[in-house]
Ligand binder design. Structure first.
Ligand SMILES: C[S@@+](CC[C@H](N)C(=O)[O-])C[C@H]1O[C@@H](n2cnc3c(N)ncnc32)[C@H](O)[C@@H]1O
Length: 315
């Protein structure tokens, strides 16, 4: 009888223990997930948790990079980007963060189209929010310009009645300019959440210009040498012949600082063979780019810690 009871008790206990075990596992999984984004400051639970950005997916990157309160046009990198790389071109921005540079390029250099990709969905939401905001401001400005040019034309028309008709050529030109149906930024710029290293590359999709600024370190640390080669190969495949790849690689010394953002990055850091100093050689000799232009000398006023070279590779 005692044995029977004991067996029954064990049977009853089993589901309860299994449930407890499941709860513990759940907790561990949650903690693991948390540790990828937040680390408790050692031995002091009252201290603020430190946020970790395992893909370089920093929020407020531009406040930090350009300086708080500064405008994107003050980013020294903007000055070395050539208009001819973007004007009327189909462009891709890999690792676009919150889209600040993507939108600026579209606005200033009149791209035909530009797509910004980022692995972080929160940053892509920010980018869309920022795009909507700028598009609103732009269309209000355009409307104001249209209204005022209509007023000017109305004034000129009444003047015309008492002057020679041939004298209004310049005014008509200005009217044409404003009514030529300039495209909205939202027709030119788009954003998509995508892990560029692991996404499928459609064979019929091509770009004239691809930019990849301050992203290689994060791809290299998270996916190792294979990830880096995948990045370069995909870019080459996505470019039209004659297309340009604008690259701002982070120097090797800066990898050390970020190598511990996750176990994966720590392990990849130890096995990396291709250092940034060899990227030029890889892109020219192995990937197949025709030539490289170093535009770094035009960079001035760069904030400390961001003195990185910028290269343009031509397919
Ligand atoms: C340091 S930020 C640079 C942002 C921007 N390119 C610039 O220089 O102004 C690096 C960006 O790359 C993104 N990133 C990292 N790995 C990526 C991947 N595999 N695919 C797409 N985006 C990635 C991050 O989320 C982050 O926004």
């Amino acid at each position: 009888m005692a044995v029977e009871n004991e067996t029954k008790r064990k049977k009853l206990e089993k589901p309860q223990k299994q449930k407890e075990k499941r709860e513990i596992k759940k907790g561990e999984a949650k903690a693991e997930a948390k540790s990828s984004v937040q680390m408790e400051v050692k031995n002091n639970p009252n201290k603020k948790r430190k946020q970790v950005f395992p893909f370089g997916n920093y929020k407020n990157y531009y406040g930090y990079r350009i300086g708080p309160g500064h405008e994107v046009k003050e980013d020294p990198r903007i000055k070395v980007l050539k208009k001819e790389w973007f004007e009327g071109k189909d462009c891709l921005d890999i690792g676009c963060n919150s889209g600040v540079i993507t939108i600026h390029i579209a606005k200033e250099y009149n791209c035909h189209s530009i797509l910004g990709l980022d692995i972080d969905s929160g940053l892509i939401e920010d980018a869309f929010w920022y795009l909507r905001k700028i598009t609103k401001v732009e269309s209000a400005q355009k409307k104001q310009a249209r209204d005022s040019s209509v007023k000017v034309v109305q004034g000129v028309n009444s003047l015309e009645q008492c002057t020679d008709a041939s004298s209004n050529e310049g005014t008509n030109k200005s009217l044409n300019y404003h009514s030529s149906g300039e495209r909205d930024l939202s027709d030119i710029v788009s954003f998509r959440r995508e892990n560029f290293v692991q996404s499928h590359c459609p064979p019929d999709k091509h770009y004239d210009t691809i930019i990849c600024l301050s992203v290689t370190k994060w791809i290299h640390l998270n996916w190792g040498d294979d990830g880096l080669i995948t990045l370069f190969t995909k870019i080459w495949r996505l470019l039209h012949p004659g297309g340009v790849f604008v690259l701002e690689p982070q120097p090797w010394e800066s990898y050390e600082k970020n190598r511990r953002v996750s176990e994966t990055t720590a392990s990849n850091y130890r096995s990396i063979m291709f250092r940034p100093e060899s990227f030029q050689e890889i892109l020219l000799d192995k990937i197949g780019f025709r030539m490289v232009e170093d535009v770094t000398s035009g960079l001035s006023g760069t904030r400390t810690g961001f003195d990185r070279p910028i290269f343009a590779f031509y397919k």
